[in-house]
Design a protein around this ligand. Structure first.
Ligand code: UT7
Length: 325
């Protein structure tokens, strides 16, 4: 059997220069380094400069991914940007990225699935490539959540950070078996019954304002581990792989306790889990490609490895992607 596979040619990331530590937050609001570390595992996060927009972070991450892949931007014919913090309501941040990269052919669009954005964008690009309509895709997760935080709400403002990560995918012929390189299986879910548990209390069509992030943290936590493990079991069932076969587990980085509990429930060994939540905080759609770039750069993720991504977030949305590197 032959099949088209979306093979990862390279990845890259970008973090704004400014680092905001827990200690600095504790000097401004009623919180402490101890509370934040114990409840979330977060120690610091990066914050974009006032004149640094989501598209600027995305372009830098994309350029790093193109360099890592060793390919010219002109060979890209599809750009999908996962973000919930676009530069403007419209046009899509993706067209600003397309323009910034000097590309004026092909198609560029945004995708909004909050923290699950990157797995939704990977899945979308994979479907374009496997359908044969496009050949090389840039899939980017980019966020400036610092712009939509209520900095007086200690229940949310300590959790999030800014950043961007990107991968380059290329359609390549495969055998159709799980021995192929590339995306092997993708599983997406959403359930709008939970839409008020994690949301932004504004928008162009309702309040005509941008609004601020609001979250019932305990409620999100309660659902997270079950939803995450469900879509990972779907990935295992679709491929016949088990937790033993996985080389690297790169989860959405929202909370170390959620990541630890998910890995434990799935019997994924702690040494296979890539953790960056301590240094990045929750960067929403950017968190997986940011963590991926760290684990590729430091030599952990190698060609042929089985890499498992998962995310869960506002909507609720959740999903998994299993890729052979
Ligand atoms: O990326 C999308 C998915 N999002 C998530 O996965 C987030 C999921 N939720 C969480 O990670 C956790 O629920 C939080 C980290 C947000 C909160 O942890 P928690 O263990 O669920 O704490 P809690 O909300 O039950 O709050 C416990 C206490 C409360 O005080 P009382 O009512 O017990 O007196 C809060 O007011 O901690 C208090 N609190 C804080 N204290 C110090 C809440 N935020 C803070 C803070 N510093 N920043």
């Amino acid at each position: 059997m032959t099949a088209i596979r979306s093979v990862v040619l390279g990845c890259g990331s970008y973090l704004p220069e400014r680092v905001l530590t827990n200690a600095e937050l504790a000097s401004r609001i009623d919180t402490s380094d101890d509370w934040i570390v114990q409840r979330t595992g977060i120690r610091e996060r990066h914050i974009a400069a006032d004149d640094e927009f989501t598209s600027h972070l995305a372009i830098k991450a994309a350029q790093a991914a193109l360099t890592d892949a060793g390919i010219d931007a002109q060979s890209i014919d599809l750009i999908v940007v996962a973000t919930s913090t676009p530069d403007n309501t419209f046009p899509a941040t993706a067209v600003a990225v397309q323009h910034g990269l000097g590309i004026n052919h092909g198609v560029a669009f945004d995708l909004q699935a909050v923290c699950s954005g990157f797995v939704f964008a990977l899945t979308t690009a994979d479907n374009f490539l496997r359908a044969g309509s496009h050949k090389r895709a840039l899939v980017i997760g980019a966020e400036t959540f610092s712009r939509i935080l209520d900095w007086n709400d200690r229940g949310t403002c300590v959790l999030f950070g800014d950043g961007a990560g990107a991968v380059v995918l290329e359609a390549q012929p495969g055998t159709g078996t799980t021995a192929d390189r590339g995306l092997l299986t993708t599983h997406l879910r959403s359930d709008g019954r939970h839409k008020s548990k994690l949301f932004v209390d504004g928008g162009p069509g309702s309040t005509k304002t941008v609004g601020h992030l609001r979250m019932e943290g305990r409620e999100v936590f309660k659902h997270a581990v079950g939803m995450i493990t469900d879509v990972i079991v779907d990935a295992f069932n679709a491929t016949g792989f088990t937790a033993e076969d996985i080389n690297w587990f790169i989860p959405h980085q929202a909370n170390k306790r959620i990541i630890d509990a998910s890995a434990h429930k799935l019997h994924i060994a702690p040494q296979k889990v890539v953790l960056t939540v301590d240094l990045h905080g929750n960067t929403s759609a950017a968190s997986i490609p940011l963590a991926l770039a760290v684990a590729v750069k430091d030599g952990r993720v190698k060609k042929g490895d089985l890499v498992l991504f998962e995310a869960m977030g506002g909507g609720f949305t959740w999903g998994s992607v299993l890729v052979r590197w």
